[in-house]
Design a protein around this ligand. Sequence first.
Ligand code: ZN
Length: 464
Amino acid sequence: MSTHRTLLACCLLAALASAPLAIAETTSQAMPETMDMLRHAIAAQTVEGKDQVPAFARYLAGKLESAGFAKSDIEIIPAEHTAALVVHYRGSDKNLKPILLSAHMDVVAANPKDWKRDPFKLVEENGYLYGRGVADMKTNVIALIETMMRFKREGFVPKREMILVFSGDEETDMASTRELAKRYHNAEFLLNADAGGGTYDAKYRPVIYKIQAAEKTYADFRLTVTSPGGHSSEPEPPKNAIYRLAKALDKIAAYQFPVQHNEITLASLKATGEHSSGPIAAAMRAFAANPNDAKAAAVLSADPAYVGQIRTTCIATMLDGGHALNALPQRADANINCRIFPGTHIASVQAALARVIDDPGVEITVRPPPPVESPASPLRNDLVDAVTATLHERFPGVAVVPGMSAGASDSMYFRNAGVPSYGVDPTFSKPNDTFAHGLNEKLRASEVPAALDFWHSLLTRLTK
Ligand SMILES: [Zn+2]
């Protein structure tokens, strides 16, 4: 019995070893199938309220089965009106923890009346693909699925297992994400195709590539002041809820949270500073060399695009108060939206707001849903090296740097559950050019084969 098994194992191994050579595929061979699936993906209206995610997940599952995935390696997990898709690509070494590959199948709503073209039809024009989700993020959903299918057809056997963990409501409630993070937290790390990515200059030359290794914590605080009210002809200004709230808001407007830094922000500012010019670039380099440089911190803090990289920020975003034109207000409240530096607790931000406002009559509460604190993921040389080598196949010498984003991607729940997570969207775009979440969302058509190349090459490097 055991001899037979050994013989069988040996022949199977030999067959597997020779298989990749026999049926290796090229990216151009994979492109027609990829574009077919992308067309289907854009037509699937996986927006909130239409409940189309489960059907889209079943479509992707069918494609994977047709490429040779066992039914038992694919799971669709229902979550309220949506679903998550989990796919196991088994590895040969069971002692190695898996790598998670994260993406989301849902998209932000799009009203066809407001779009120049039908948002749910993939259109190619002047080198661009148009449609809801081409940038955020159905191109990567399909590129990852195609890469798994291609690996399977090629007979690729990774040492380390890969698990696709696709959520179905990343843009809204993230219920499916929470379920995935609960089930799959025992992983080596997670790669998120929905964060990070490359930047082109005006002439489509690659400038820099960012691996997202941290994101800020999102939190909303409600400030509430109540007062006795009464007839507006009998004022008592010190007790007036609107005046007291206005004073509190003035104090918050004038307050700056302390300067903070971590290895990711320093590396990011250093590299960005080296690749740009002017006073802001000089401040980035100075801050990266010495985070105690108050002058550099002041220059960065004066720029809305960079203040969030070195501080927690809290800003008034909504206001509500009073109940009649001729009555003293009984109540006034405001929303304060905070983007909290990784590693800083919500409670300490709330305490800072209370200290700054210095009026016990102003009640400060955290608005639901409860904020999710997620620590920065430690930089891993193996990962940075593999991403760099992969990107250099397309753009030799392009700078690859870690970065922190304002966040709330699926990575937030995985980082919170202890899985180091890295945003490695393979696509490049010009700043503010894709209109993700907006009208006429687009992506350069050349990013599709580039994404196929990237995932095939990167995942081979990381798992072989
Ligand atoms: Zn997204």
